[in-house]
Design a protein around this ligand. Structure first.
Ligand code: ARG
Length: 293
């Protein structure tokens, strides 16, 4: 696992460099955050707006823009986030909407590259990231995670007539595996065979999971490793593919929040708890992933 960990750590450093505008010097940022949390990323704000915000108390400033809650996602990930017309819907979108409502904020969803979400949360471009995102030790170096609201499973998609019968066969053979860039599927598969991956040389990265699936359908690659629920919906939409019976890994999904914004973290966790206890979140999940029987 060592190799994976070092790669993950260097990715963290890159995030740090990308986020240089917001500063990786923690102490300086912390001071700024407590006094002026909502205005640090308010590129579109005027000075007078910023000034009037500065008068409100620090406790009220837990989002980047007044009255708004800005979420970053990657909306090609049914049933968690996907387009219905020009609207982003799905489990994450609905849970986020319910949280925003509870906090009295207007939710704004930004559709971005998956592998830019953590960096964008860290550099205060977005209030939080929610994208069927798995809690990993590596990401925890860069962001805080809320409580878990769902479980994910890394699954393998192959062609119906594929000679690859199980995960071991996939790892052992000389097969090319497609993944979405920066996802846990990518991280696992890119690790060496000793660490349960297939190694960099056999991994083909795509910016959208759907593009990996299209490449599989076109015979350009031999398998796709992606989260189970999107895997099922991709298979439904593309003939001749199937999800392998054996899952690859089980994971927890949570929302990623800037490390300095503990107020938002607490508010989101409190909202998640209330929305779980009152049945709202279970109902949203059941709506998109009906339990059988
Ligand atoms: N669960 C995986 C991860 O966190 C994949 C998430 C991809 N999400 C998306 N909206 N495209 O790495």
């Amino acid at each position: 696992m060592k190799k994976v960990i070092s790669r993950i750590i260097s990715a963290g450093l890159i995030f740090c460099m990308v986020g240089a505008m917001a500063g990786c010097s923690k102490s300086e940022e912390t001071t700024k955050a407590t006094t002026k949390a909502t205005t640090t990323a308010g590129e579109s704000q005027t000075d007078s707006q910023a000034d009037s915000q500065a008068e409100t108390t620090a406790a009220e400033k837990f989002t980047l823009q007044d009255g708004k809650l800005i979420m970053a996602t990657n909306a090609y990930f049914q049933p968690y986030e996907y387009y219905e017309g020009d609207k982003i819907v799905g489990i994450d979108a609905e849970i986020a909407e319910a949280i925003a409502k509870k906090l009295g904020l207007e939710l704004q969803i930004m559709d971005v590259e998956f592998d830019s979400i953590v960096a964008g949360v860290q550099s205060k471009k977005y209030d939080f990231g929610m994208a069927g995102m798995t809690v990993t030790e590596d990401r925890k170096e860069s962001v805080n995670f809320s409580s878990t609201y769902a479980t994910g499973i890394q699954a393998v998609i192959v062609k119906e007539d594929s000679p690859i019968k199980d995960v071991d066969a996939l790892l052992a053979g000389d097969y090319k595996v497609g993944v979405q860039t920066g996802t846990t599927g990518d991280i696992y598969m890119s690790s060496s065979p000793d660490d349960g991956g297939v190694g960099e040389d056999r991994v083909v990265r795509y910016s959208k999971g759907g593009d990996a699936v299209l490449a599989l359908a076109a015979g350009k690659i031999d398998a796709v490793v992606i989260d189970n629920e999107p895997a099922k919906s991709f298979v439904e939409a593309n003939e001749g593919l199937k999800v392998m019976e054996t899952p690859y890994a089980v994971e927890d999904y949570a929302m990623a929040i800037n490390k300095e914004n503990t107020v938002l973290l607490e508010k989101i966790n409190a909202a998640l708890k209330e929305l779980t206890d009152d049945g709202t979140i279970p109902a949203i999940i059941e709506k998109y992933i009906p339990s059988k029987g």
